[in-house]
Design a protein around this ligand. Structure first.
Ligand code: FAD
Length: 365
């Protein structure tokens, strides 16, 4: 029997696996498509904060950005490239946002090459997406297997009727929901990244309409999670790769003039975001049992998450939107502290917030 089974080997599943195995736990890690076969394998994996004026998402991404830069550099410096990031405003509204960001931020601002639009430049970095997931999960027993059944019996989780573990962590991204809970609100957004050969040198990681990596030996990546209307499970037609490539190159041309371009490889995947854009990390409410309670008032504006009934020894780490590589080390730290020491998860990232909203709406009729 394993201490913990982690389902999903994207950056979230890999980071929690790393934390758990580092703490001496026996971990079995599953992924139906292989390590980083989902959104994580497609990512440009830029480590960037959120350049907005204010808000919860900006705050958590700021903390996660500082934490993750340090985490990757300290533990996996060979898979992490430090580079200056150039964030260029898209339009006039963005010009104002970036001006305010620059006034308020405590990050060190670097000199930036002149741009027509407002620009912020800071020290940042890029992760080697697939190799990072592999390195993080190397101390677990990895099985390339799709999980189709999860049963809890006599204090143990039975997975695919074959494996047993005391705890389960769901890190399944936007691909499959193993639990049928109506309040879990996640949506998949399709993304496409191309690696291109070019004779143009680029020293910065540039973010504007798409993200462009610095060039290394004449190669750079251009990526975006831009196609919100395409979903592989619902679309009637296949994703048009050629159209996606043209869109990426056209958008990149607003930020940098790239010469002698040859597309070397395409990467595509779904990234999962929550409906309020904040990530989801922590235990999951059993809605059916919790709704049966006579003592809980679901119409309150200040729900008490401790009054809910939760799946035993089961947690989730998901909903990172376009910032999975920024958030994962930070979220994994929150989750490992919850699993190993029972440290409470903050309400803003707790999955129970979605149950509270769903149950309130339901009770209002
Ligand atoms: C083109 C693109 C560019 C991006 N650029 C960036 C960027 O620059 N910076 C950044 O921080 N983020 C970026 N992102 C977002 C980032 O990739 C996601 O936030 C991140 O990958 C989410 O990781 P995850 O582990 O939650 O999900 P995933 O990587 O999707 O992993 C989930 C895994 O679970 C597996 N799985 C699901 N169900 C089961 C099951 N039942 N049994 C077994 N396995 C299962 C899937 O096969 C999958 O591998 C980008 C995304 C895309 C698509």
């Amino acid at each position: 029997m394993y201490d913990i089974a982690v389902i999903g080997a994207g950056i979230n599943g890999s980071c929690i696996t790393y934390e758990l195995t580092s703490a001496g736990k026996e971990v079995i890690l599953f992924d139906g498509g292989g390590i980083a076969s989902g959104g994580s394998g497609a990512a440009g994996a830029f480590i960037s904060p959120k350049f907005s004026k204010s808000g919860d998402l900006k705050d958590i991404l700021h903390s996660a950005f500082c934490y993750s830069l340090d985490f990757y550099e300290k533990n996996f410096s060979d898979l992490f490239t430090k580079c200056p990031l150039l964030h260029i405003a898209k339009d006039e509204v963005d010009d104002v946002t970036l001006r305010i960001y620059k006034e308020k931020t405590d990050l060190e601002l670097l000199d930036a090459p002149w741009q027509e639009r407002e620009t912020v430049s800071i020290n940042a970095g890029i992760v080697n997406a697939k190799s990072m997931c592999e390195a993080l999960s190397k101390s677990a027993n990895f099985k390339e297997e799709e999980i189709v059944s999860l049963e809890y019996a006599d204090g143990v989780w039975i997975i695919n009727e074959s494996y047993s573990a005391k705890e389960v962590v769901l890190a399944t991204g936007a691909y499959k929901t193993l639990l049928n809970e109506p309040y879990i609100k996640l949506r998949g957004v399709w993304g496409h990244r191309i690696d291109v050969k070019t004779s143009t040198d680029n020293a910065h990681s540039i973010h504007q309409f798409v993200s462009i990596s610095p060039s290394k030996r004449g190669l750079l990546s251009i990526g975006a999670t831009h196609n919100v209307h395409y979903h592989p499970e619902t679309a009637e037609e296949e994703y048009d790769i050629q159209e996606g490539r043209m869109e990426l190159l056209e958008k990149a041309s607003h930020s940098i003039h790239l010469e002698n371009i040859e597309i070397i490889e395409d990467y595509m995947g779904l990234r999962s975001g929550s409906f309020d854009y904040m990530p989801m990390v922590g235990p999951l409410v059993i809605s059916r049992e919790t709704l049966q309670s006579d003592t809980i008032h679901f119409q309150t504006k200040k729900p008490d998450f401790t009054s809910y009934t939760y799946y035993p020894n089961l947690t989730m780490i998901n909903g990172s939107g376009g910032y999975g590589f920024v958030l994962a080390p930070y979220l994994a730290k929150i989750l490992v502290e919850y699993i190993l020491s029972g440290k409470e998860v903050g309400k803003k990232v707790h999955p129970a917030r979605f149950f509270a909203r769903w149950a309130k709406k339901r009770s209002e009729g």
